[in-house]
Write a protein that binds this ligand. Structure first.
Ligand code: NOJ
Ligand code: NOJ
Length: 524
């Protein structure tokens, strides 16, 4: 069924492909990106000498910045790409690499480190010989265990379909369970964000943690490890509720609860593509790529970069531009990043996959400004694929998406190498060379443009029920918050319990803005 849909979309898609520039870029860059990615993985990668088997270096750059380490996040996202390509039948050569990753993570997960032991996980990076990195760093970063388990569960599900249950139960499950017990037990503790800068709660981290528990519950049921199911289900519900609290009524997702910035951040776009589940359609609760919340967020995020990078000046609002981590960024000059620019395109291609599969698209008052980019007269409503509005909009969205890829193409040197950043003034390469994550982001956006659908993780049909009922009229959820609240001025809160009138709905407990300080009780 999935395969039929996939082939159908692939066939349909070549008819909508608009940009020959992008087609040409993809055909040259695809093999270069794959080679660049594999060069950064030990033991035999040509640019990763010293990295042990299955260890992904972030970049071969060892000075300014020194990225010759292995980050749990980067490695997991790189391996999610490799595992998706292998399990979806796109590249049959990658199985040995996957076995190497499993072997490396089984070791690294057990290495005691400055964040603690496995049960207090979240250590962001290790040395490439699998020893602990003991220098000062923004730690813990609690997205790592979730991302690693997402990749390994994708692998486990494939192996189950091949009847390799023994390996899944004996080798993969112990690693996955360690990570997910950590997620279930610590999701409400503060974390450094994926950019390793802000210590608070973070949308990307919460979103990937939520996905990890949902996927983990399905796997646990499939292999009879049912003792974890009840507690993981409770915490997945809490995560889904907490996820809602990042929504800002100005029409975008605020990336972090702390940080003192605008909150407009690639964090949120990356969260949307890394929790894409085509089976969930345009579900807003899980911020699916084509949901009105995620599209409104995308527009707000993209437009925040139009005036901060001079290479974007003069580009029409309906055309793609260079984007970076967040508009206030100054790290290594604060330039656009390849992986963030490509993430925007990927969210849009994911949206096209769903609209074409369901044969319609829906415009709400929230997503209207986004759709106005492509059709200035479109109104709130649902447009079937037989309508000219549907054709106008999907063609416009594809051109817009292609514009982000074309921007990256324009600023990719002829050898196809992708660094971390490219200059905001002239597009030349900056910061770490050969960033493994940049290569992975190219491969995943190319797959999305070709209509490739990653397997479902269970986003469909969830409802937002959460909270620990404390009796008749209140629900309470404990957070260890170490951040400035939305009310300003209050820092380093610990163990807050938010009690809200349950008639407002438990999600209010997860939204300090709505819940309000009078309902917050301070415990220590
Ligand atoms: C290094 C981190 O990797 C990067 O994300 C951060 O922006 C800089 N430190 C500055 O804090
Ligand atoms: C800095 C980035 O901010 C962070 O997300 C990444 O994990 C490291 N560099 C390594 O690539």
């Amino acid at each position: 069924m999935l395969f039929t849909t996939l082939c159908g979309l692939l066939a349909v898609h070549s008819a909508w492909a608009q940009s020959s520039t992008v087609d040409a870029y993809i055909s040259t860059e695809s093999p270069l990106a794959k080679a660049g990615l594999l060069a950064n993985i030990g033991p035999s990668g040509s640019k990763s000498s010293g990295a042990l088997s299955g260890i992904v270096i972030a970049s071969p750059s060892n000075v300014n910045p020194d990225y010759l380490y292995t980050w749990t996040r980067d490695s997991a996202l790189v391996y999610q790409t490799i595992i998706d390509q292998y399990t979806l039948g796109l590249d049959s050569t990658l199985r040995g690499e996957i076995d190497n990753y499993v072997g490396a993570q089984a070791i690294i997960q057990q290495v005691s480190n400055p964040s603690g032991t496995i049960t207090t996980g979240g250590e962001p990076k290790f040395n490439i010989d699998e020893t602990a990195f003991t220098g000062a760093w923004g730690r813990p970063q609690r997205d790592g265990p979730a991302l690693r388990s997402n990749a390994l569960i994708t692998w486990a599900n494939y192996l189950l379909s091949e009847d390799n249950t023994t390996y899944v139960s004996n080798t993969l499950w112990p690693i996955i369970q360690n990570d997910l017990d950590y997620v279930a037990g610590n999701w409400n503790q503060t974390t450094f964000d994926l950019w390793e800068e802000v210590d608070s709660s973070s949308f990307f981290t919460t979103a990937v943690q939520h996905r990890s528990l949902r996927q983990g519950i399905q796997l646990a049921n499939a292999i009879g490890q049912t003792s974890v199911v009840s507690s993981w289900t409770t915490q997945a519900g809490n995560l889904l509720c907490f996820l809602q609290s990042f929504w800002n009524t100005a029409g975008f997702i605020t990336a972090n609860t702390g940080g003192g910035r605008s909150g407009k951040d690639a964090n949120t776009v990356l969260a949307s593509i890394h929790t894409f589940d085509a089976a969930a359609g345009c579900d807003a609760l899980t911020f699916q790529p084509c949901s009105d919340v995620a599209l409104s967020n995308l527009l707000t995020y993209v437009d925040a970069f139009r005036s901060v990078y001079s290479i974007n000046s003069g580009v029409a609002e309906s055309a793609g531009v260079a984007t970076g981590r967040y508009p206030e960024d100054s790290y290594q000059g604060g330039n656009p990043w390849y992986l963030t620019t490509l993430a925007v395109a990927e969210q849009l291609y994911d949206s096209l996959i769903v609209w074409n599969a369901q044969g319609s698209l829906n415009v709400t008052s929230l997503s209207l400004p986004f759709f106005h980019l492509f059709d200035s007269s479109v109104a709130v409503g649902t447009y079937a694929s037989s309508t000219s509005t549907f054709t106008t909009i999907t063609t416009g969205v594809e051109n817009y998406a292609d514009g982000f890829v074309a921007t990256v193409a324009k600023y990719t040197p002829s050898d196809g190498e992708l660094s971390e950043q490219y200059s905001k003034t002239d597009g030349s390469q900056l910061s770490a060379v050969d960033l493994t994550w940049s290569y992975a982001s190219a491969l995943t956006v190319f797959d999305a443009r070709a209509g490739v659908i990653p397997v479902s993780w269970g986003a469909k049909g969830l409802s937002s029920t959460c909270g620990i009922s404390t009796g008749g009229d209140t629900v309470a959820v404990t957070f260890n918050v170490d951040a400035t609240t939305v009310f300003g001025g209050i820092k380093h809160l610990h163990l807050w319990v938010c009690r809200c009138p349950s008639k407002l709905g438990p999600e209010y407990c997860f939204a300090p803005k709505l819940c309000g300080l009078p309902h917050m009780e301070h415990y220590g």
